[in-house]
Design a protein around this ligand. Structure first.
Ligand SMILES: *Cc1c(COP(=O)(O)O)cnc(C)c1O
Length: 359
């Protein structure tokens, strides 16, 4: 039976990417060696790395002001690396607290400078994106989590401020066009929308670097990786290869405009059912803030005991990964770039069938 993978991450990748990755693990480009056993300094891998960067530049329309880095340590390491590289001890950075990933970023940044949480939706369980707050003009940067993977909210417009943005785009990178010029730095763990775990994509404005006075360990200094083109040490070779294949797929499928259109259509289909179905309730209080990547919902009030039965019915239809994050419960359907609308329709049909049976 076909599986419909609604997992939040590691997550679905295009089937064609998976097939090429599998082939490359056996014999990479017919060279008689696996991608897993060739040097990261070999001409074969250098070509992969070059193409990955060219594709990121093309997809995101990056100017030469920006560097593209393929790092390790996950988005979680970027929580501290951003502040370590961008913020002096006596300077202040503003953070918007929209979920537990934001909260973790705030905690780590405090190791390196002053942090001001300018807005938070924590008191309401992060069920909306805060609006209408001031960002102090002296903030070095404003940190945002563009899509809140766990609670299912997403920034659909950016705060109005002249302060440059630093963004954790782990779960919506390349799901829609990005106004890159507004950002000093964008980071994303690959395993949500662009590739396997083990790779972290960083897009950084080169001019924003080199302005802090502390000593930065070599491996944690973005400038090291810029000057060594992401091969200061052994990079995550296979993850970069698979991400490159995904970038090719994004480009071949119309780029970010096309991704955004497809993702909006999938989200609309799913949320329409969440709203219409008497057995389910959406968890995001301001519908305008609903994520196009992670749709969160719960059983309607009084129907909580049906939760396990719904998950069983999902499983029978091949829909996997629908269970909500362990910290919030309920359901979460992640509908990243690689998911086709046909799979969302399967889940919607399960929801309809569930209401017929238990409603
Ligand atoms: C998954 C996720 C993270 C954590 O990523 P790691 O690569 O596991 O460190 C951070 N931020 C967001 C928004 C995420 O979705």
């Amino acid at each position: 039976m076909k599986k419909h993978n609604f997992s939040a991450g590691p997550a679905i990748l295009p089937a064609s990417v998976m097939e090429q990755a599998a082939q490359a693990a056996v014999d990479f480009n017919g060279i008689g060696l696996s991608i897993l056993e060739i040097s990261h300094r070999s001409p074969e891998f250098s070509a992969v790395l070059d193409e990955a960067e060219i594709l990121v530049r093309d997809i995101a329309q990056l100017s030469e002001d920006y560097a593209v880095l393929f790092l390790q340590g996950g988005a979680s390491s970027q929580f501290f690396m951003t502040a370590m590289n961008l913020l002096n001890d006596n300077e202040m950075a503003a953070y918007v607290d929209t979920g537990s990933w934001s909260a973790k970023a705030i905690k780590e940044a405090k190791n390196f400078g002053k942090v001001e949480a300018v807005a938070s939706s924590k008191e309401q369980n992060y069920t909306f994106i805060p609006k209408g707050y001031e960002v102090p003009a002296n903030a070095k940067y404003l940190h945002l989590t563009s899509n809140n993977t766990i609670v299912g909210t997403q920034f659909h417009s950016w705060p109005e401020t002249k302060v440059p943005f630093v963004a954790d785009m782990s779960s919506d990178i390349f799901s829609r066009p990005i106004d890159v010029e507004r950002f000093d730095l964008i980071y994303a763990g690959a395993q949500k929308n662009i590739g396997p775990a083990g790779l972290t994509l960083v897009i950084v404005r080169k001019e924003a670097l080199g302005k802090v006075s502390r000593n930065i360990p070599t491996m944690l200094d973005y400038r090291t990786h810029i000057s060594k083109k992401s091969t200061f040490n052994t990079p995550p070779v296979f993850s970069i290869y698979v991400a490159m294949l995904t970038f090719r797929w994004i480009k071949a499928n119309g780029g970010l405009q096309a991704m955004a259109k497809k993702n909006a259509a999938k989200a609309q289909l799913l949320y329409q059912e969440v709203d219409a179905n008497p057995l389910f309730t959406g968890t995001v209080t301001d519908k305008a803030d609903r994520s196009h990547m992670n749709a969160t919902f719960v059983m309607a009030p009084g129907k909580e005991e049906l939760q396990a039965s719904f998950l069983d019915m999902c499983k029978e239809a091949g829909c996997v990964g629908v269970k909500g994050h362990r910290s919030v419960g309920g359901f979460r359907a992640s509908i990243y770039n690689a998911m086709d609308i046909g799979s969302v329709q399967v889940l919607v049909d399960v929801m309809k069938g569930f209401a017929e049976q238990y409603g």
